[in-house]
Each structure stands twice: as structure tokens, then as C-alpha cells.
Design a protein around this ligand. Structure first.
Ligand code: XUL
Length: 509
């Protein structure tokens, strides 16, 4: 037995997964849903209500309480947590945590949130869903022009950490001045495990508009324009396999062995790339979670001419691409509820009773502000007047699949295999639509929490030196493959053009 723990601190939950690299099995899992398990934080979807729909913030103490509860639940499974030999983790990307003091833990029986509350220089953390920084993005673009995309891998993006930090420094200069350290969600939680300041990895660091991907150092010119003295407030930036520290004695109460290595955390998408075992240029990943994301390893560094695609560090080496669609499961759940049906309804019957192409029905399901395409004013548009529930759901899924294909085309579009992860990957109907729209094999693996699995695999790789290829053979084999129907190729090629036109006719920004 050789156990490694991966922790996934995502938008709506914290999940733990323990893998055994000897037997190639999952030894234990636990999970905590913020809305359900921690109702006092009043964040049913992982963020606090705010009168401005562009502002999305979370209480970072909620993540700490969720972490402790997830550890307690993991201990309750009876798994031999004392045998765990290494830990790493995954954080929702782009969110920032502002500390006025070093993370140092006392061993006085206080909870993590009680200990860290006085160290927060800012009580709320902006998360990836926040779109309130259009002005700061304009300022960065005006100052740096296309260099910001050429060197950081993305144009200035509303949800990215740099524009968020700039807004905070402008609006709250005193609290900003009191801030000693600005962490990402990933490096904050990693610091807590180590009981000391942890670094940021190249995967998550690239989602800040601050990391120069050509030098792999913070870009001091961009950082000092972003906010005064920012370079001094950022943690070190390191390769993902770097040991950040060792587990603090505080965590012995859950049954862990203090002193085991903690490997630098990364963002959920870089972790997912590892967790689905997407290696090689013909394989991409689609994560159908709160947001939908399309990602793939990148053999040569290149940027998206349309500005929607990003370049992040790939924890398995080199770079990866990432395109984020905010209205993923969020839109699927809203429309399913509006229609008063279950996913089973679509998968078992309606999917087969409706036809591919669906009479040309298309939906732009922007219930929340959208990142791809950029739309700051929410709104739902349909190109049809009526639809039965099955048709309505097919229209949504086909439109989402077409948007994924349209906005990933800059990567060359010749992916033969796409690995699907996240809650939405359970829908057989959606898998079939994606296979036909992309004309690619759609594969699923047994673990749907690919971000947590990726973190556990990274811990095993870094601590035991096991090559990723071996770990992928054990944990990431395709369980089910949906083959594309070649008869639908022309239909979806022409629908793609209609979708492009429909989008073009809809106002952006
Ligand atoms: C990626 C993005 C989201 C978050 C939350 O750029 O904003 O995918 O990482 O999942």
C-alpha cells in the first residue's frame, strides 16, 4: 500500500481523494458542499449574494471550515490516513486571498478559520466568476497593448487575479497597503497545510496576468503597473512538482502523520489535465462542471487570436490551453429545472426521440455574465419560438457543444479523442452530441473528480518519482467510449456556421 491524498477546493465544494499507487485503486473519498453543509456562510453556490451581478466574492474562511470537515469525514471512512505519504491539491483558479501576516498555525485547539481570521487583510476573496474589473483590464491593455497576451498567455481578463488586485489596490489603498501576501486559492490552502507561506505553480500562476511565460518569473513591469509594490507581495512561482513544505502538526488530530511532504498545489484545470490522463497532441479534455472548460496539452506556445483561449503551465511539462465557458452546468440545471425534467428523461428517451440538428434550434444560455464569448450583461436568446422539453434540452446541449468547438478551433481542431470529466459527463445524451459535433471519440474514465485525482497523481509523481505514464495506466484508462457518427459531420459543420452567425448578431460586452 502506498497512499497519496489529493484535495480539490472548488467553487461549490471541497473533495478529498486517497489513491493507492500499489493496487491502482481509490482508497477513500470524502466531500463537503458549502451550500448544503455550511449554510451559515450563506453561499449556496459558493459565493456571497451581491447587488452587482458582476461581483462574485467568497469568504475564504468557508474554504477552511470545509477543509476541516472534509478531513473529519475522510477519517470517518476508517481509511488508514496515517499511511498517507504525500499530499497535493487543486484550487478554483484566479481567486485571491489577502493576508496581513504569515500563515503560522498555533497548536491551541482553535479551528483553522479561528486562527486565520485575524490574519486576513481583506475579508472577502474575489473568485473566478467575478467580472467587475472591465476598467482595470482596459487600463492594462492601454499600458501594455498586445504584450500582455504575448508574454502572460492571455489578454487582460476580468476574472484573472492581476486586474482583481489592481481594483482592490485602487478602491481600498489602506487595506492593500496592510496586505503582506496575496495568495491564489491553491497557494493559500497549500500554505495552511504547511503552516507557512507556500509558492504558486506555473499552472495556476499563469491565470493571473502577472506571470511571464517566456521567463517563468513574475513580470516585474506588469506587476508594478498592476499595483504598487505587488512583486513583494506575491509568493514564489515554481514548477508544479516542487515540494512546498511538510504537513503541519495541527493535522495530526485527523489521523495524518505530520511531516509528510506537501507538493505545491495547482489550479483545477491544470490538475484536471493530469487527472484525465490527457497526453499527446491528439487528446483534449472537456470538464463539464460549474463552468465548462476545454483544455489540451500544448506542444508549441501560441495564443488565441480571438483572446478567449489562455495558455497555462502544464504540470506534466510544457504548456496547456484553456478556454472557460462560465454558463456550463449552471445553464444546464436552469433549463432542466425550467422544463421540469431530469437528465434521465433526456438520456433515456428525449435524446433518442429528438433528432440531431433539432430543426436548427440554437440557444445562447447566458444566465450569468459569460467569459466565452465575453458578455457582461446576462441574457438568454433563442432563434426559435417553441420547443417541447426534449427539443429545448437538445437545443441547449447542441449549442454548448458548438460553442466549445467554435472557440477551440484556434488549436487546430484535429483532436481525435476528447476525455470528458465533471458532473455533466454522466449524461450519455450529451456525450453522443459532443462526439458528433467534434467528430471525435468521447472517452470517460471512472473518476469524475479529475482535479482531485490529478492532485493525488502529482503528489505520487513528485514523492515517489512514478512517471505520469505509469500513473495514467493505473488510474485513467478510458471506461467508456462514444464513437462519432460520420453521417452527422456535414450537419454539424453547417450548424457551426449558423451558430457563429447567431453569436455575431448578438451584442458582445
Ligand atoms: C478557468 C476558470 C474556471 C475556474 C473554476 O479559467 O475560470 O474554470 O478555474 O473552475
Amino acid at each position: 500500500m502506498s497512499l497519496f491524498l489529493g484535495i480539490d477546493v472548488s467553487t461549490q465544494s471541497v473533495k478529498c481523494i486517497v489513491i493507492d499507487t500499489v493496487s491502482g485503486t481509490i482508497a477513500a473519498e470524502s466531500g463537503v458542499n458549502y451550500g448544503h453543509d455550511l449554510p451559515d456562510y450563506a453561499s449556496p453556490n459558493g459565493f456571497l449574494p451581491h447587488p452587482d451581478p458582476l461581483v462574485k466574492q467568497a469568504d475564504p474562511l468557508m474554504w477552511l471550515d470545509a477543509l476541516e470537515l472534509a478531513f473529519r469525514r475522510l477519517a470517518d471512512t476508517g481509511a488508514p490516513l496515517a499511511e498517507i505519504r504525500g499530499i497535493s491539491g487543486s484550487g478554483q483558479q484566479h481567486g485571491t486571498v489577502y493576508l496581513s501576516e504569515d500563515v503560522r498555525l498555533a497548536h491551541d485547539g482553535k479551528t483553522l478559520s479561528e486562527q486565520l481570521r485575524p490574519k486576513l487583510a481583506r475579508r472577502r476573496s474575489p473568485i473566478w466568476m467575478d467580472r467587475s474589473t472591465a476598467e482595470e483590464c482596459r487600463e492594462l491593455a492601454a499600458r501594455f497593448g498586445s504584450r500582455i497576451q504575448r508574454d502572460t498567455g492571455s489578454p487582460a481578463v476580468e476574472r484573472f487575479s492581476g486586474p482583481q488586485i489592481r481594483k482592490f489596490a485602487k478602491e481600498h489603498p489602506e487595506e492593500y497597503a496592510r496586505t503582506k501576501r496575496i495568495h491564489l486559492v491553491s497557494s493559500f490552502l497549500c500554505s495552511v497545510l504547511c503552516g507557512k507561506d507556500a509558492p504558486i505553480d506555473f499552472g495556476d500562476g499563469a491565470g493571473m496576468n502577472l506571470l511571464n511565460l517566456k521567463t517563468l518569473h513574475w513580470d516585474s513591469e506588469i506587476a508594478s503597473f498592476t499595483a504598487p509594490g505587488l512583486s513583494g507581495k506575491l509568493p514564489d512561482v515554481v514548477p508544479s512538482a516542487t515540494k512546498a513544505g511538510v504537513l503541519d502538526p495541527c493535522f495530526a488530530k485527523f489521523g495524518f502523520t505530520p511531516g509528510i511532504p506537501v507538493i505545491t498545489w495547482s489550479g483545477d484545470n491544470p490538475n484536471s489535465l493530469v487527472g484525465i490522463g490527457a497526453a499527446g497532441s491528439e487528446c483534449a479534455g472537456i470538464s463539464l462542471g460549474t463552468s465548462d472548460t476545454f483544455f489540451a496539452p500544448m506542444t508549441d506556445f501560441r495564443t488565441d487570436p480571438a483572446g478567449y483561449g489562455h495558455v497555462f503551465g502544464n504540470p506534466a511539462g510544457g504548456f496547456m490551453s484553456l478556454i472557460c465557458f462560465t454558463n456550463g452546468s449552471l445553464a444546464r440545471e436552469r433549463i432542466r429545472e425550467e422544463q421540469g425534467v431530469s437528465w434521465d428523461f433526456f438520456d433515456r428517451g428525449a435524446c433518442r426521440e429528438t433528432v440531431p440538428g433539432n430543426g436548427g434550434r440554437l440557444i445562447l444560455p447566458f444566465f450569468e455574465p459569460e467569459s466565452t464569448p465575453l458578455l457582461l450583461t446576462p441574457g438568454v436568446r433563442r432563434n426559435y419560438a417553441t420547443a417541447a422539453p426534449g427539443e429545448e434540452i437538445r437545443a441547449l446541449l447542441e449549442s454548448q457543444a458548438l460553442s466549445l468547438r467554435l472557440h477551440s478551433a484556434w488549436l487546430g481542431g484535429n483532436f481525435r479523442r476528447i476525455r470528458l470529466t465533471g458532473g455533466g459527463s454522466k449524461s450519455e445524451g450529451f456525450r453522443r452530441i459532443l462526439a458528433d459535433v467534434f467528430q471525435a471519440d468521447i472517452e470517460t474514465i471512472s473518476v469524475t473528480n479529475s482535479a482531485g485525482l490529478g492532485a493525488a497523481l502529482r503528489a505520487a509523481g513528485a514523492v515517489e518519482g512514478i512517471p505520469f505514464g505509469d500513473l495514467w495506466n493505473s488510474f485513467c484508462r478510458a471506461e467508456e467510449t462514444v464513437k462519432p457518427n460520420p453521417d452527422n459531420r456535414r450537419l454539424y459543420d453547417s450548424m457551426l456556421e449558423h451558430f457563429r452567425e447567431f453569436l455575431r448578431a448578438s451584442p458582445e460586452k
